[in-house]
Design a binder for this molecule. Structure first.
Ligand SMILES: NC(=O)c1ccc[n+]([C@@H]2O[C@H](COP(=O)([O-])OP(=O)(O)OC[C@H]3O[C@@H](n4cnc5c(N)ncnc54)[C@H](OP(=O)(O)O)[C@@H]3O)[C@@H](O)[C@H]2O)c1
Length: 255
């Protein structure tokens, strides 16, 4: 009996965790729809992994029309999506409030929340029909507040709680939902956060022994390959070098 090839849609597949995940899943025999804005990178990924296995889907996740058109344009062999990995996301400069710019706060909300929710909504009927799975990339920033975390931490807390609530909504339907909450991962994330300032980005990762995108790809694949009766609800993963800071006390009458 032939086994049907499963299909995963992975957002943010032009870099970092999403690209590593695309490589991992294709290597494990899945078909992957690789989504992101930088079409040249998606084309290069499809060329390197093979067009039978990778369908490049160039879209800006903030734009609901692009999502609708992109989903409608999928070729027949990529249409039956079994797994949605909502990975696209970003943080913007970590100036403390209120110095942080409102436009940057809105960009994080539009990408990390609205984009993720819109794509999930578009794919949910098919995922229910196939008893599929959704893995959302939240962050350790959802679980621990830190200075200048403001809207980024807020969006990632949304992603975690949305995942758990969705799981509850889908009770009895056999759909699995997981929230992954990584600590520091060495990707282009800090380059984006520091507006392409390579020195600032490098300084974060220097000698930090951060997680590699491949560590997350392995984790995502492990979650996806659990037997159908096993749901990983939420999973926090950090480099050994990263741990927790305590509370602070500002002293003085004005504190
Ligand atoms: N790196 C970390 O330390 C860390 C820790 C915790 C959680 N995370 C989360 O992990 C996820 C992946 O980040 P990463 O570390 O792999 O960073 P990355 O290397 O910067 O990759 C981010 C990906 O998101 C995509 N993206 C951003 N805005 C988009 C938009 N409007 N439309 C479509 N795609 C968009 C980017 O593609 P295009 O620019 O080509 O569109 C890129 O492929 C994010 O959700 C991030 O918040 C990262």
């Amino acid at each position: 009996m032939s086994v049907r090839t499963r299909t995963a849609l992975i957002t943010g597949a032009t870099a970092g965790i999403g690209e590593a995940a695309a490589r991992k899943f294709v290597g494990a025999g899945w078909r992957v729809i690789a989504a992101g804005r930088r079409a040249d990178r998606l084309e290069a990924l499809a060329d390197s992994l093979g067009r039978d296995s990778v369908h490049p889907l160039s879209l800006d996740i903030r734009d609901a029309n692009q999502i609708a058109k992109g989903v409608a344009s999928l070729p027949a062999q990529f249409r039956d999506i079994d797994l949605l990995i909502n990975n696209a996301g970003l943080a913007l400069p970590d100036a403390p409030s209120p110095a942080a710019e409102l436009d940057q706060w809105k960009t994080m909300i539009d990408t990390n929340i609205t984009g993720l929710v819109s794509l999930t909504h578009a794919l949910l009927p098919g995922l229910i029909a196939r008893r599929g799975a959704i893995i959302n990339i939240s962050s350790a920033a959802a679980n621990y507040p830190y200075a200048a975390g403001h809207v980024y931490g807020g969006t990632k807390a949304f992603v975690r709680q949305f995942s758990l609530c969705l799981r509850s909504d889908l009770h009895g339907k056999g759909v699995r939902v997981t929230s992954i909450e990584p600590g520091l991962v060495e990707t282009e994330f800090m380059l984006v956060r520091y507006l392409q300032d390579e020195n600032a980005a490098d300084a974060v990762y220097r000698h930090a022994s951060a997680l590699k995108p491949e560590d997350l790809a392995d984790t995502l694949h492990w979650v996806a390959e659990q037997p159908p009766h096993v749901n990983i609800n939420s999973l926090e993963i950090m480099p050994t070098s990263q741990s927790f800071a305590g509370f602070r006390i500002a002293r003085g009458e004005d504190a």
